[in-house]
Design a protein around this ligand. Structure first.
Ligand code: PEP
Length: 249
């Protein structure tokens, strides 16, 4: 039985005061929830403040990116080991904004996945197709390649200590959500692909859906058999929305 997981991706938003208010509301609003793990992935500069607010609560936290390199001369980068100082649990790797705006290719994403796991953190591996790719029937091929890059570098068993997030690029921040049937079909494809190599990994890995999840569509998406929760962007910045989405599982 897979636990449900809802992760907020704050992206490049927030400040100390807003973050504190948002987190206080989320802590209170999700306190009674059972059978769901709630987490927030926040900008690096706020990790320490977020850790102080969330330690000893039921909410977990993490980062939105990590360097694939060890400590050294990499100006502006953040090493995976540094994230341990702030008791992170999760690291988002391969978000489509990193792939499209910052040139991260499948191999780089796989290296970040490996580095994240090497220090004991859990990568949330984002995969998904663009609208153009969907329209020419390339969705499964694109996701196949994104997953294969990781499997080639770290092996199929490594996915057991990870989370996968299916995020169709055309649904991220656009207000256009995949229908529950569209999302379920890709989630089932991912699970069956993994099952060809290891049925236990396929059965246990959490596969989140991300892409304009809101309080009014979350429960239909989360009711699908292969959708184990959500990766939430815009709606994770609004306490009431995020709480409702966590409640929807
Ligand atoms: C995301 O950033 O991962 C995301 C899914 O964003 P949104 O919910 O705003 O579409």
């Amino acid at each position: 039985m897979r636990t449900k997981l809802v992760v907020g991706n704050w992206k490049m938003n927030g400040n100390l005061t807003q973050n504190q208010e948002l987190l206080n509301a989320i802590i209170t609003g999700t306190r009674e929830l059972r059978d769901v793990v709630c987490a927030v992935c926040v900008p690096y500069p706020y990790l320490q403040a977020v850790q102080l607010v969330l330690k000893d609560t039921h909410i977990t936290w993490g980062a939105q990116n990590v360097s694939q390199f060890d400590f050294g001369a990499y100006t502006g980068e953040v090493a995976a080991e540094m994230l341990l100082d702030f008791a992170c649990r999760y690291v988002i790797v391969g978000h489509s904004e990193r792939r499209s705006l910052f040139g991260e290719d499948n191999h780089t994403v796989a290296e970040k996945f490996k580095k994240t796991q090497s220090v004991g953190l859990i990568p949330i591996l984002c995969v998904g197709e663009t609208l153009a790719q969907r329209e020419i029937g390339e969705t499964e091929r694109v996701i196949d390649e994104q997953l294969d890059a990781v499997i080639k570098l770290t092996g199929i068993n490594s996915l057991a200590q990870s989370v996968i997030a299916y995020e169709p690029v055309w649904a991220i921040g656009t207000g256009r959500t995949a229908t529950p049937a569209q999302a379920q079909s890709v989630h089932a494809f991912i699970r069956s692909k993994l099952a060809k190599q290891n049925t236990e990994v396929a059965a246990s890995v959490q596969i989140l859906y991300g892409g304009s999840v809101k309080s009014n569509n979350a429960s239909d998406l989360f009711a699908m058999p292969d959708i184990d929760g959500g990766l939430i962007g815009g709606a994770s910045l609004i306490a009431g929305e995020f709480i409702s989405i966590c409640s929807a599982v």
